[in-house]
Design a binder for this molecule. Sequence first.
Ligand code: B12
Length: 462
Amino acid sequence: MVLQCNNFEVIDLGVMVPAQKILDTAVEIGADAIGLSGLITPSLDEMVNVASEMQRRGFQIPLLVGGATTSRAHTAVKVDGKYDGPVVWVKDASRSVPTLAALLSDSQRPQLMADVKADYDSLRERHAAKHDRPMITVRQARDNRTPIDWDGYEPAAPKEPGIHVLSGYDLAELRDYIDWQPFFNAWEMKGKFPDILHNPATGEAARALYDDAQAMLDRLIAERWLTANAVFGFFPASAVGDDIEVYVDESRSEVLTTLHNLRQQGEHRDGVPNRSLGDFVAPRETGLADHVGAFAVTAGLGAADRITAFKQANDDYSAIMLEALADRLAEAFAERLHQRVRTEFWGHAPDEELDNVALIAEKYHGIRPAPGYPACPDHTEKQTLWQLLDVEAATGIELTESMAMWPGAAVSGWYFSHPQAQYFVVGRLARDQVVDYAERKGWTLAEAERWLSPNLGYDPDD
Ligand code: B12
């Protein structure tokens, strides 16, 4: 949109577009440049594939890379080497105009590419040095697990066990749970909410945006533009090593499925554990009757058609606004549902009373990590979640081949109730853990290295 506003003609091919279609279209229309955007890490691999295909087919035009999950480092290390033409990571949409203008100008391109090359060379060097940082073996990491005293611990039994579906959830209720900070981030407005509304420099623009958002929320709730659905459930479970066994029923005699977890392997200071999500469920040998929860929510059903309609009417502003609000409502739904899970459905914190500020600051017991987030970076665990809750049939949320959810305004994850459960970053993995993980998942090592590629602490080609 920013490029279009600056007189570039942009052909938007949409989401989840195969490399072949992108490249065929580029040839067909004589494109001057190709741009790729990535939200979650599996799309990073696809970018590498597109770059390789551009090389194979003899392209020479620039390839621009952007989106939340991309980085200069990834572009330098993984994408740049695959294609001899210019490959440039663009920090945000506003940078796309000067960057593309320079790339298409014979006089400016050499300087830009010299700067990019120097920058990427130094990033590649730094990346290689990162592999030298000390790591411990997976066995040592397991010996340094989160210290939880299971003696005398009484896991909370879910008040309402089994699987629950909530269809057509009340959007007016979810509105109060919106975290407005990411909304302003999405519009690239810098500053903290709610102070941003009163900032002398940007307050007026921020207030106008906020007012427009409230007006659209009023309409979309009254006219039922969006449908919010959720499915969630609680299952008898035990930790076995780093993994979590989920049982068919409370007799715990038959395993229904296994949730696979990764463990931090960086060398930590004394007293700092090497965490894994498996630490937060009672180990099988304790004999404790613990549970784990799973959920998937969306507030985006119905959004796509309306967004297309806004775009067709050349109302890009409303299109972005609706998308941003659907995303906020999905996140608000995840927050509200987790609150209800803690106080009602699982009920491990029945007396909790927190306002929205305290909820956003996560001042509660228990966590809801989502596959793809730093504590559980393996996106493929969503497949297990989809099977466990029959997510698509229950809610209409589809899981694509590259582990994205459709509609886009969707969140899925796990519930842990232990008071010591906390978020953390798994970070880099050594080969011993990847080999072990591949075995547990029934993958080849190459498959494991592909799905875990953003976390590898070594070069698989070495
Ligand atoms: C908003 C958000 C969401 C929203 C909306 C998602 C959506 N449909 O867009 C919700 C709450 C629904 C969500 C859900 C999920 N999310 Co999310 N989400 C974010 C968040 C907070 C912001 C992303 C965003 O929209 N930014 C605003 C936009 C405008 O910025 P942007 O994407 O960076 O793009 C700008 C530039 O990069 C540039 N740009 C973008 N593309 C291109 C392309 C070109 C060619 C150019 C020139 C420029 C350019 O222009 C844009 C404007 O300046 C990020 C964290 C973060 N701070 O980035 C996590 C993040 C992207 N999410 C993440 C994850 C894991 C998920 C989930 C998988 C979690 C889950 N299991 O439920 C789901 C996946 C949803 C799906 N549909 O599959 C991870 C991804 C990391 C990873 N390992 O894959 C992130 C990075 C969080 C994190 N730190 O772990 N998410």
